[in-house]
Ligand binder design. Sequence first.
Ligand code: HEM
Length: 206
Amino acid sequence: MAQERLYLYPVWLRLWHLINALLCLILIITGISMQLSTPSVVLVGFNTAVTIHNIAGIILTINYLLFFIGNLFTYNGKHYQIEFRGLIKRLITQVKYYTFGIFKGETPPFPITRENKFNPLQRFSYVFIMYLFVPIVFITGWALLYPITIPTTLIGTSGLHLTDLLHIIAGYIISIFMVIHIYFCTIGKSPLSNFKSMIDGYHEPH
Ligand code: HEM
């Protein structure tokens, strides 16, 4: 019997995700451009890159509030609660499925349901990215926009350098996440079905 389609991605979430994905792309391109720019090699003009990066960062922070408030007041927030008991075992089961089971045509160990729309690896990585690294990136970003707020010395070193380092590390982690995230999103009923879900809100069961 064919399984029914599940409505898992409400409009506010899809809107947040679309804006967030576009902004992250803009931030990565302008961020790398600023970092690598020399007088002879310029990806985007330095001053233009700074302006675009600042504006995109401000919009990303406002957009993050949509995600945060949406998860606080709707059922979607339940998918971001981590049950620590048995977590390692669940993560290993999912890794085993991605490395072996999937190639042998086994059924997923954690089928998608209305109550459980993420597998353990998704849940874990989404929580880490959305509640740790994205906040780190925009909080340090705002601090760099208003450097007067940064203490001159922090744990024995320059506060400005430390804030900058944290900003860049979090930015690179989000960039790496994005590449892996897009790859894993191609694992669905068809390579494009998960992307379609983020447009119409419905998950296509296997
Ligand atoms: C062009 C870039 C991106 C594409 C094409 C993309 C694609 C997708 C797709 C297809 C899904 C639905 C499948 C699933 O539930 O895993 C999804 C969900 C999600 N994505 Fe992305 N994504 C992109 C960028 C990002 C970025 C930059 C972040 C975070 C910084 C992010 C965070 C998330 C989160 C948290 C979810 C789950 C949302 C929920 O259902 O509560 N994505 N993405």
